[in-house]
Design a protein around this ligand. Structure first.
Ligand code: CA
Length: 379
C-alpha cells in the first residue's frame, strides 16, 4: 500500500459564548487542522494537529507532504523519523511536531483500517475497554459571576454523571481562586474528583502558597502551576506540595519529556497525541514515564479525531502502578460547546455516567461526516 495524497482541511467554528482561562486569550472561534491521507488501496486515514491550524497546514504542505506521498503507511515510524530529521535543524518544538502528529495519527488510522483492528489493538492491546472521563470546563465567562457560574457548571457535570471535573484557576487574586475552588468542592461533594488548571500563570512561590491553601479541598492534581520552560521551578513546586502536580501539554517529543520525567519535575505528564508527536511518539513518552514511576494522563483539546486518537492511546496505557483496584488514567473530555468535537464523527464519542466506551471499529474507530467537514471548512 502506498500513500497517494496528504490533504489538510482547516476547520473553524464560532464560539457563541466566548470564554477565557488564566492565559487571557479570549476564545471566539475553535479551529483545527485535519489531515486526510489517501492511499492507492482506497483506504483513507484521518489525523489532527493541535495549535494554529493555518501554520500546521503550511508546515505539512511545504515540508512533509511530498516526503509522505509514495510511502507505505505501515512504515509509520520510519516516516516519523524521516519527517523529524527533515525539520530538526530548524527548531524542534511546537508547531512542527503538532503537524507531524496529525500525519502520524492518520497513518495509524490507515493501518487499523487495513487490518480491521482498532489502533489500541496494534499498540499493545486493551488495558481497558472503557475509560473514565473527566469534564474539562469552568473557564471564565462572566467576570461578574465567576464563582456562581463555576458552581452552576460544576453542578451540571455532576448531574450528567461525571465523577471527575477539572476547573480553571488563575484569576489574579488567590483569595478569589480559593473562594471559587471551595464553592465548587462544596457543590460537587466529596465523591467527585476535582482537579485545577492554572494554565501556567503563577510564579513558584505563588503556586506553592495557593497549592497549600487548596490542599484542604482535596485536589486531584494542580495542572500547569507555572511556566512550562521552568523545569527547575516544577521540581520545587512538585516537592513542596502534597497534591500531585501535572503538566506537559506544551512539551513535545520524547526528548522534550525526557528531562521533565527523569527529574520528576511533575507527578503526572500530559502529552497531547495531536501535539507531542502523535501516537508513535506518545507511546515512547509513556514508556519513559513508566520507567520513572511518573503517571501519563494525556491532554486532549480538539475535534472528534483528536478525541478518538486520545481514547485509542489511553486504552493501551497500562495502569501506573498495576493494582488490585488500580486508578487508571482518565480521559480529558472538554465540555465547552464545539461542533468539531460533537458532530465531525458520524458516531461521536460520548460519555454516560462519566464513562466512555473505547471504540472497537477499525483505526480510530470513528467515521468522518463529510457534510460536517465541508460545512466548517474555511481553507
Ligand atoms: Ca490544561
Amino acid at each position: 500500500m502506498k500513500v497517494t495524497d496528504v490533504i489538510c482541511h482547516v476547520l473553524q467554528s464560532k464560539v457563541e459564548q466566548p470564554f477565557t482561562s488564566a492565559r487571557g486569550w479570549l476564545y471566539t472561534t475553535r479551529a483545527s487542522c485535519i489531515v486526510e491521507i489517501r492511499t492507492d488501496e482506497g483506504i483513507t486515514g484521518w489525523g489532527e494537529c493541535y495549535g494554529p491550524a493555518a501554520v500546521n497546514r503550511t508546515i505539512i504542505e511545504t515540508q512533509y507532504r511530498s516526503r509522505v506521498i509514495g510511502r507505505d503507511p505501515f512504515d509509520v515510524e520510519v516516516v516519523w523519523e524521516d519527517l523529524y530529521n527533515r525539520i530538526k535543524d530548524y527548531g524542534l518544538t511546537g508547531m512542527t511536531i503538532a503537524a507531524l502528529s496529525g500525519i502520524d495519527i492518520a497513518l495509524w488510522d490507515i493501518i487499523g483500517r487495513a487490518l480491521g483492528k482498532p489502533i489500541h489493538k496494534l499498540i499493545g492491546g486493551a488495558h481497558r475497554t472503557e475509560v473514565q472521563a473527566y469534564a474539562t470546563g469552568l473557564y471564565f465567562v462572566d467576570m461578574d459571576r465567576l464563582v456562581e457560574e463555576a458552581v452552576e457548571e460544576a453542578q451540571e457535570y455532576a448531574e450528567q454523571g461525571f465523577r471527575a471535573i477539572k476547573m480553571k484557576i488563575g484569576l489574579g487574586d488567590p483569595k478569589l481562586d480559593l473562594r471559587r475552588v471551595k464553592a465548587v468542592r462544596e457543590t460537587i461533594g466529596p465523591d467527585v474528583k476535582l482537579a485545577v488548571d492554572a494554565n501556567h500563570c503563577f510564579t513558584v512561590p505563588q503556586a506553592i502558597r495557593l497549592g497549600r491553601a487548596m490542599e484542604e479541598h482535596d485536589i486531584l492534581w494542580f495542572e500547569e502551576p507555572i511556566s512550562p520552560e521552568d523545569h527547575d521551578g516544577y521540581v520545587e513546586v512538585t516537592r513542596a506540595l502534597d497534591m500531585a502536580v501535572a503538566g506537559g501539554e506544551n512539551d513535545f517529543t520524547r526528548w522534550g519529556f525526557r528531562d521533565v520525567i527523569a527529574r520528576k519535575a511533575m507527578d503526572i505528564v500530559q502529552p497531547d497525541v495531536c501535539a507531542a508527536g502523535g501516537i508513535s511518539e506518545c507511546r515512547k513518552i509513556a514508556a519513559i514515564a513508566s520507567a520513572h514511576g511518573v503517571e501519563c494522563v494525556p491532554h486532549a483539546w480538539g475535534s472528534a479525531i483528536g478525541l478518538a486518537a486520545t481514547v485509542q492511546f489511553l486504552a493501551a496505557l497500562p495502569d501506573t502502578p498495576p493494582a488490585f483496584r488500580p486508578m487508571p488514567p482518565m480521559l480529558e473530555f472538554e465540555q465547552t460547546p464545539n461542533p468539531l468535537r460533537d458532530q465531525l464523527a458520524k458516531d461521536p464519542i460520548v460519555q454516560r455516567q462519566g464513562i466512555v466506551r473505547v471504540p472497537d471499529g477499525p483505526g480510530l474507530g470513528i467515521e468522518i461526516d463529510h457534510a460536517i467537514l465541508n460545512q466548517y471548512k474555511v481553507a
